[in-house]
Every structure is written in structure tokens, then in C-alpha cells.
Ligand binder design. Structure first.
Ligand SMILES: [Zn+2]
Length: 81
């Protein structure tokens, strides 16, 4: 596991940035497990705020919509699609 601290003042902004970073890194490094991305505060690192929904979709893929998304889960887009 690589823990990559990034300081962001607001939780919502941190979740947005973490999601963007994870997707960007995963586009270059297939080792990155996007769905496992989480955010925690510096003084409570055991409390993890998940960035992505991560439920299994009917297509047996992991949903990469935001953790608190409304509506049905969607599979991640195919690379290049
Ligand atoms: Zn979902």
C-alpha cells in the first residue's frame, strides 16, 4: 500500500481531489486500485471516508461513482470509450 498524504482544508474538496488523482494515476499505473481510494483527517487516520461507491454492478464490475451517489450503480467506462 502506498499512503500518499495530500493536505486539503475541506473534506469535500479532499474527496474530489482524491478521486481525480486516483483516476489520473490509474490511467498511467494499472497497479492503482481506484475503488479503494479513501480520505482521512490527519488526527484520525483510522476513520476513512470512501471516495467511490465500490458496489459490484450487474456487469461484475465495481461502481466508480461517488460514494454518496444517487440512482443506480454504473460500471466504469471502458478505457478509451
Ligand atoms: Zn454505485
Amino acid at each position: 500500500m502506498i499512503h500518499l498524504p495530500v493536505a486539503v482544508a475541506e473534506l469535500a474538496a479532499a474527496l474530489d481531489l482524491a478521486g481525480s488523482l486516483a483516476r489520473w494515476l490509474a490511467s498511467t499505473f494499472p497497479q492503482v486500485e481506484v475503488a479503494g481510494t479513501s480520505v482521512s483527517t490527519e488526527d484520525a487516520q483510522q476513520v476513512r471516508h470512501w471516495v467511490f461507491c465500490d458496489r459490484i454492478t450487474p456487469e461484475r464490475r465495481r461502481c466508480l461513482l461517488r460514494c454518496d451517489h444517487h440512482g443506480e450503480c454504473l460500471p466504469p467506462a471502458e478505457p478509451g470509450g
